[in-house]
Design a protein around this ligand. Structure first.
Ligand SMILES: [Zn+2]
Length: 222
């Protein structure tokens, strides 16, 4: 069974905030693709990520980092999808050579709202197993695997936890089977922690709380 560590320590990035924008929704995900995938892949990824986060109380607005909007959020995260995030470029015999599938940025022990997901590594890990499916199902199963890695990193961002759970999406490592299984979600205390955070964000949203102050980044291990 191939397994891959999920997280990696990296240097933090600066946070930018919009000027005097209106509150639109509690949580926003700003997404960036290093290599822009087809629209169907993006739509499927967004849907699969919602399917993982909705049961733990997280709804989110999905935005491209390239959009210049005047919005402000109770909580936000920037997710960069690296490599190729579509089944179009999957290899039948992908060679997974190790490395993190995703990682977050940490500053002075605090998790910053920046996550990265390596689609090409995920494809190398699971791609060969996906050719048993039709093209449409293959896209869904692949994007669900990518969404599981993204959800894991967002767990760090939204809970502020750098520790991992024993099972479920908050685990430190995912196996190929877990990435491809029909059911693999947040469990137990990690699900409850996300649900509490989602409820807090919703409360702040109702109160129209201002955006938290930017954090000066440095580096720390995670
Ligand atoms: Zn992790």
């Amino acid at each position: 069974m191939k397994r891959s560590a999920l997280c990696l320590a990296l240097f933090g990035w600066p946070i930018s905030a919009a000027d005097d924008p209106p509150v639109q929704a509690p949580v926003a995900l700003y997404v960036k693709f290093e290599s822009q995938p087809p629209a169907v892949a993006v739509v499927t990824l967004e849907r699969e990520l919602r399917a993982i986060l909705a049961p733990v109380g997280f709804d989110f607005a999905w935005r491209s980092v390239d959009e210049t909007t005047n919005e402000v959020w109770t909580e936000l995260a920037v997710v960069t999808f690296k490599g190729h995030c579509s089944t179009d470029s999957l290899a039948r015999k992908g060679q997974f050579s190790g490395g993190a599938l995703g990682w977050t940025h940490v500053s002075d022990g605090r998790v910053l709202p920046f996550a990265e997901v390596d689609c090409s590594r995920i494809g190398d890990l699971v791609g060969g197993r996906l050719f048993a499916f039709t093209a449409r199902v293959r896209e869904k199963v692949f994007q669900r695997a990518v969404a599981r890695v993204a959800a894991h990193e967002l767990y760090h961002v939204f809970t502020g936890k750098t520790v991992h759970g024993s099972w479920g999406v908050a685990k430190a490592e995912f196996s190929t089977e877990e990435l491809l299984s029909d059911s693999f979600r947040f469990e137990g205390e990690n699900a409850r922690a996300l649900r509490r955070k989602g409820a807090q964000d919703l409360l702040q949203f109702v109160r129209r709380a201002p955006l938290p102050a930017p954090v000066a980044p440095d580096s720390a291990s995670h």
